[in-house]
Design a protein. Structure first.
Length: 337
């Protein structure tokens, strides 16, 4: 079937090619009656705008690139949903890609975004090394990093205050009477996880309690890895009354292992997560957690990127969002004798 072109529409409407173009672009140079008649003809002929041609004229594709590290991670998928909603509300569509925490793949995907002429990119980086890996591209296309706090690196990013979130989590458990709090899932190679571990350590020091760590020996964070790691942990002598999991997915894995081993939450162990993913609020889970304001993070990431696109900003901004505690039933007061 032959594609209907703008010239075909002009012929049927009995107007010039430029008049149809003005009708489609919303130009005030033609009357409202003419515009409505042309748009009705376009509809009847099933005419669709040639996005490539329009992009060449408008110098904008109205497309934003979104590169995630792991789309299977519930936190990432929820953020992708909110970013897509925020972008669409501002007249943009999203091209979504998944880097799988692979630096080379991340670079390939960035090159793909440039080749597809997206107007800008929101990137959830593989880690702090992503900045050096991608620095050659960052002057060619507006880019906002998200999720990972890159500290003093001169690039725009939006992140939650991971240090403060972990500090708040320890304070919450301490106020419930816990003095033996295990931090579960400390992971190397991630500034986000490094900041959470530092916040935990600082709170322990300030509150006069001894830090305890269970390190994540796996390449990433997931329910599966949280389950496997906690199965190993629960075979050892228990030196803690509460577990502060580095992520909610880790906490869900801990819950699964605990149920299999007959360990009750919160009667035997209190459990606190970080992220507040959607599943954390389900009735049988009901996980107390440190919430990342995902909708706000998504909105700020999109707004920051559009500022760079529309105003051709050459500088950078660091936007840090404050986390909060969401209290549910997985944490209980610790009875001191």
């Amino acid at each position: 079937m032959k594609n209907v072109t703008i010239k075909d529409v002009a012929k049927v409407a009995g107007v010039s090619y430029s008049t149809v173009s003005r009708a489609l672009s919303g130009s005030p140079e033609i009357s409202e009656d003419t515009r409505e008649r042309i748009l009705q003809i376009c509809k009847e002929m099933n005419y669709t705008v040639n996005a490539v041609a329009r992009a060449m004229v408008m110098r904008s594709t109205k497309l934003l690139g979104l590169i995630l590290t792991d789309i299977s991670n519930p936190f990432m998928s929820e953020l992708a949903y909110h970013i897509d909603r925020q972008a669409r509300a501002r007249g943009y569509n999203i091209i979504l890609c998944n880097s799988s925490r692979d630096l080379e793949l991340e670079k390939e995907l960035f090159e793909l975004m440039i080749a597809r002429q997206v107007d800008g990119v929101i990137l959830f980086p593989c880690g702090p090394e992503s900045y050096d890996s991608l620095s050659q591209y960052l002057t060619r296309i507006p880019t906002v990093f998200a999720g990972e706090n890159l500290r003093e690196i001169p690039v725009s990013y939006v992140s939650v205050d991971n240090y403060r979130g972990a500090y708040l989590g320890v304070e919450h458990l301490y106020n419930l009477g816990h003095r033996d709090i295990l931090y579960f899932g400390r992971r190397r190679g991630s500034t986000t996880h490094q900041l959470r571990a530092e916040g935990y350590s600082a709170a322990c020091k300030d509150l006069g309690i001894t830090p305890q760590f269970c390190n994540n020996t796996f390449p990433s964070t997931s329910i599966k890895y949280g389950y496997q790691l906690s199965k190993q942990l629960f075979t050892q002598n228990r030196t803690f009354s509460a577990i502060f999991a580095a992520t909610d997915t880790n906490a869900l894995g801990i819950m699964q292992a605990a149920e299999e081993l007959g360990i009750r939450i919160p009667e035997d162990i209190s459990l606190l997560g970080f992220d507040n993913i959607r599943d954390s609020g389900l009735p049988r889970i009901d996980l107390t957690t440190v919430e990342q304001p995902k909708k706000m993070l998504a909105s700020m990431a999109v707004d920051s990127l559009l500022d760079k696109i529309q105003n051709e900003l050459s500088g950078y901004t660091h936007r840090i969002l404050m986390p909060t505690i969401v209290e549910r039933s997985s944490c209980a007061a610790f009875p001191h004798n």
